[in-house]
Design a protein around this ligand. Structure first.
Ligand code: THU
Length: 138
């Protein structure tokens, strides 16, 4: 029997991760909670760098934590930030998520509790189409 977590508990995990964000340059803290297909939760926060391009978003850090733990199948990700509009993952994070999930649910929540829900394939259609599909690959 596959365990599911309540949205409330995923949100709490994302908020908790957000409290550990390292964001001294943007002052925009983000937390993410990634739920595996068996109900395990992996969290991430954004980690910035003085060389700003080295910054890693909360979502990718959650994915990398899961991969390092040997988990590669995901059901949904909850993202929490203090923004007027709930924050959806950036393009880079969408592509990284799509590496491990053809479709998964993305739930963005702001500190006021407003939610935006979408399917990953709606936010990033055709994320893998044609890539590596060249005549030399058999
Ligand atoms: N950020 C995330 O961690 N996730 C998002 O979905 C949007 C942006 C971070 C990157 C950077 O540390 C800060 O938010 C401002 O862009």
């Amino acid at each position: 029997m596959k365990q599911t977590n309540s949205l409330k508990s995923l949100e709490a995990s994302a908020r908790d991760a957000r409290s550990r964000a390292y964001a001294p340059y943007s002052n925009f803290q983000v937390g993410a909670a990634l739920e595996s297909d068996t109900g395990q939760i992996f969290t991430g926060c954004n980690v910035e760098n003085i060389s700003f391009g080295l910054t890693i978003c909360a979502e990718r850090n959650a994915v990398f934590a899961a991969i390092a733990a040997g988990v590669r199948k995901f059901r949904r990700i909850v993202v929490v930030a203090d923004s007027k509009e709930p924050v959806t993952p950036c393009g880079a994070c969408r592509q990284v998520l799509s590496e491990f999930a053809d479709n998964m649910e993305i739930i963005s929540i702001n500190l006021q509790g407003q939610k935006y829900r979408a399917g990953l394939s709606d936010l990033l259609p055709r994320s893998k189409a044609g890539i590596l599909d060249h005549p030399c690959s058999t």
